[in-house]
Design a protein around this ligand. Structure first.
Ligand SMILES: O=C1O[C@H](COP(=O)(O)O)[C@@H](O)[C@H](O)[C@H]1O
Length: 250
C-alpha cells in the first residue's frame, strides 16, 4: 500500500498552517485515545515557525499527553537564537499545557557526541523497549534548498547510518557546524511524517524530489529518502514551493 500523499494546499502560509495543524491535532487526538500519549518531533526553521504559531491557540488538544522532542538540534546553549527546542519552547510550549518533564532538550553542556548519547537516553525514557526502534506518532520535517532534512545533509556519511538512533554532526555545511540528528531508522519508523515545503526557494528541490529526472544518476536527496515503512508520509506544499511541479493534485 502506498501511504504517501502530496497535498498542494494552494494559497500561502495561512492555508498551509491551518491544514498542517488540523492534521497534527487529529493525530494527537487518535494517539492520546489509543495509546495515552502523543510523541512528536519538531524540526527547526520555517517548519517550526509555521506549526508553532498555528498550534498555540488550539483548544482541541490535550497538551498534557504530549511528549516533545526535536528531530534535530543545533549544539548550542538554550539561550542561543539557533536552538530549535528553545524556539518551540518560546513560540508554543510557553503558551500551552505540556508538562516541562515531557519536553526533551539536548544537553549543551557536554560535547556533541555525549549530547547525542544523552539524547538517546532521553528517547529511551519514552520508548523504553531497547529491542525496538522508537516509534514516534508524528514527525514534522522541513527541508533546506539543498535537500537536507533534520541535520542530514547531501553526501554526508550520516545518511548511511542504519544502527544508531541519534548521531552527532560536527561538519554541518549550514551553520552552526555542531548538531545532533535523528537518523533514518527513526524517521522511517514513525507512524506519520509530515514534510513542509513553503516558498519559492524550495521549488527546485521539491521538483527534484517529487519529479526526478528519469535519466539522473544523482543519489536521492536526504528529504527524498524519508519513506516510513508502515506509516504515512504527507507532503504539504504551498503554491510557491509547488510551482515547478508539472503534475499536481491541487
Ligand atoms: O538547519 C535546519 O534547517 C532545516 C531547514 O530549515 P528552513 O528554515 O530552510 O526550513 C530544518 O528543517 C532543520 O530542523 C534545521 O536544523
Amino acid at each position: 500500500m502506498d501511504n504517501t500523499a502530496v497535498n498542494i494546499v494552494g494559497g500561502g502560509e495561512d492555508e498551509m498552517r491551518q491544514k498542517v495543524c488540523d492534521t497534527i491535532a487529529a493525530r494527537a487526538k487518535e494517539a492520546a485515545a489509543s495509546r495515552g500519549q502523543f510523541t512528536i518531533g519538531f524540526s527547526g526553521g520555517s517548519a517550526a515557525k509555521m506549526v508553532c504559531s498555528g498550534l498555540r491557540s488550539r483548544k482541541d488538544v490535550e497538551w498534557g499527553k504530549w511528549h516533545v522532542f526535536t528531530c534535530d538540534e543545533r549544539h548550542v546553549q538554550l539561550s542561543d537564537p539557533d536552538s530549535n527546542i528553545a524556539y518551540v519552547q518560546r513560540e508554543l510550549l510557553d503558551h500551552v499545557g505540556v508538562p516541562s518533564s515531557n519536553v526533551y532538550p539536548i544537553d549543551p553542556s557536554v560535547d556533541v557526541s555525549a549530547a547525542a548519547e544523552d539524547y538517546v537516553a532521553k528517547l529511551r525514557k519514552v520508548f523504553p523497549d531497547k529491542s525496538q526502534v522508537p516509534k514516534f506518532d508524528f514527525l514534522i520535517l522541513g527541508m533546506g534548498p539543498d535537500g537536507h532534512t533534520c541535520s542530514l545533509f547531501p553526501g554526508h556519511p550520516g545518511l548511511e547510518e542504519m544502527k544508531r538512533l541519534v548521531i552527532p554532526i560536527t561538519d554541518s555545511p549550514k551553520p552552526p557546524p555542531n548538531r545532533i540528528t535523528l537518523t533514518y531508522p527513526v524517521l522511517n519508523n514513525a507512524r506519520c511524517v509530515v514534510v513542509i515545503g513553503t516558498g519559492s526557494s524550495k521549488a527546485d528541490v521539491i521538483k527534484k524530489c517529487l519529479e526526478p529526472d528519469p535519466g539522473s544518476e544523482e543519489p536521492a536527496l536526504p528529504i527524498a529518502r524519508v519513506f516510513p515503512h508502515t506509516g504515512e508520509l504527507i507532503w504539504f506544499l504551498d503554491t510557491a514551493s509547488a510551482s515547478k511541479l508539472s503534475k499536481t493534485n491541487a
